[in-house]
Design a protein around this ligand. Structure first.
Ligand code: AMP
Ligand code: ZN
Length: 466
């Protein structure tokens, strides 16, 4: 069996991945807070953990891997959006969840096995908070329930590598009169008539953010599971708090066995932010004509543990690579054999080495250079760049384009022969320009003209040339 190695944020080491139960490999990833379209940075953990999900399914079998990613559908940002737009919270969260699934689907992300919504696990959260109070790890005060970090002091901060005292010294923590220690974090808070709420032993209220992942993971996976992922921005305090809640409640020494964090995304070397005007959503990029596979390819080209820069130059490079690969598949693949072709060893090995996606893309390049069309197709699918059906329809579009381009190539060839005699190239230049506008790359030699559709190909613009 393939050995997978992963860099474990908990131990800060690359370790061999050994699942607790190889028949039931469990991965939990913190999902989005659903009040707005996902921005490009939000897509990074989706692509990273989707790639890991595909690798785990390959190694352990499709039916032996469960991937859970939650939707945070109770949050003050959602309440603010509801107040601002006059729409109901349920309408906002339902619509945003659908946008998210559509946009991430466009990037080739499979839907996780489980997609729990926080609001459907309130009783489990209330139970967990009750247990924490009983065990002396939490206390109720003024309608709030807080986790008492002093009750967990020797463990708190292990994941992010800081002590409680350092945190207090360095952090801008919210100091509230009802907190025993400024680092204590909210498990439950009071709601009024304008904010969503549920009855609880501590009054009408709603959960703090951190408790949802602990409660859902316990309900879906049990007290311990294999991999927990998310962006590096979540390592502290969110993940630190998840560990504290889960281990203190269950009396266990560990929660997730392996923690993985993706680094942040930047745009043209700068932090993506609304004030810098370089903030965009995945939908913005798709609408601008960058296809989902191009966005995914660019994301895979940087290792997940490194900050990644989105640049137009990279997107253009990815477009031309994928164009080349499609042409190779069209020329050399036996599409009937693609589904039964296993992923290329070099690609599986690259991903098994702490998800070295850059090296995995080199594997595609190797297959393309050796005209291994069927393998290339199978591995484009394995890396989530295309589904089988997408690939088949792309190939047939290329073939149809080829058929319609043959007579045009012949026409241009004849125009060129005439122009060589008359020394008047106006008609040739005019046709070349029209072809280029239709997304056709023109190659001319003395003997022949070849025309190839590129990623800007628009068949409707060919009509006037016929
Ligand atoms: P949020 O909805 O803000 O909780 O974020 C959802 C996911 O996106 C989390 O795993 C975050 O860590 C991740 N994320 C947010 N911003 C970025 C970014 N700029 N680069 C990479 N990941 C991000
Ligand atoms: Zn979480």
């Amino acid at each position: 069996m393939t050995t997978i190695k992963l860099h474990n944020s908990k131990t800060r080491k690359k370790e061999e991945f050994k699942p607790l139960d190889k028949n039931n490999v469990r991965m939990y990833v913190c999902g989005p807070t659903v009040y707005d379209r996902a921005h490009l940075g939000n897509a990074r953990p989706v692509v990273v953990f989707d790639t890991l999900f595909r690798l785990l399914r390959h190694v352990y079998g499709d039916d032996h891997v469960t991937y859970a990613r939650n939707f945070t559908d109770v949050d003050d940002k959602i309440n603010a959006k509801a107040a601002e737009t006059g729409h109901s919270i349920r309408d906002i969260t339902d619509e945003t969840i659908q946008w998210y699934l559509d946009d991430m689907g466009a990037l080739g992300a499979m839907e996780p096995t489980l997609a729990p919504r926080a609001t459907e696990y309130i009783p489990q959260m209330v139970d967990m908070i009750g247990e924490l109070i009983e065990k002396g790890h939490a206390y109720a005060a003024e309608g709030h329930v807080l986790f008492a970090v002093d009750s967990w002091k020797e463990h708190y901060g292990k994941l992010s590598g800081r002590s409680v005292d350092d945190m207090i010294a360095g952090a801008r923590v919210e100091v509230a009169p009802y907190k025993r220690n400024p680092m204590d974090f909210v498990l439950w808070k009071p709601s009024d008539g304008d904010t969503p709420g549920w009855e609880s032993p501590w009054g009408y209220g709603r959960p703090g953010w951190h408790i949802e992942c602990s409660a859902m993971a316990r309900e879906l996976f049990g007290e311990k599971f294999d991999i927990h992922g998310g962006g590096l921005d979540l390592q502290f305090p969110h993940h630190e708090n998840e560990i504290a809640q889960s281990c203190a409640c269950c009396g266990t020494d560990s929660f997730a066995q392996y923690w993985m964090h993706n680094e942040m995304l930047q745009v043209e070397g700068k932090k993506m932010s609304k004030s810098l005007g370089n903030f965009f959503t995945v939908r913005d990029l798709l609408d601008q004509g960058y296809s989902g596979e191009v966005i995914r390819f660019v994301m895979l080209s940087t290792h997940y543990s490194k900050p990644m820069d989105w640049t137009v130059e990279k997107a253009v490079g990815a477009e031309s690579k994928l164009d080349d690969y499609l042409r190779m598949v069209e020329s050399y693949a036996d599409m009937g054999a693609v589904k039964s072709t296993p992923p290329f060893n070099a690609i599986v090995d690259a991903l098994s080495d702490d998800l070295n996606t850059h090296a995995a893309l080199m594997g595609l390049e190797h297959l393309a250079n050796h005209a291994q069309g069927t393998e290339l197709a199978a591995n484009l699918i394995f890396l989530g760049l295309y589904s089988y059906d997408e690939l088949v329809s792309k190939i047939s579009a290329i073939q149809n384009a080829k058929a319609s381009l043959l007579p045009l190539a012949e026409k241009l060839h004849q125009l060129r022969l005439t122009a060589m005699e008359t020394k008047n190239f106006a008609a040739v230049d005019e046709m070349k320009e029209a072809l280029s506008n239709a997304g056709i790359t023109v190659k001319m030699s003395k003997e022949a003209v070849t025309l190839e559709a590129n990623h800007n190909f628009d068949p409707s613009k060919l009509e006037s040339l016929k």
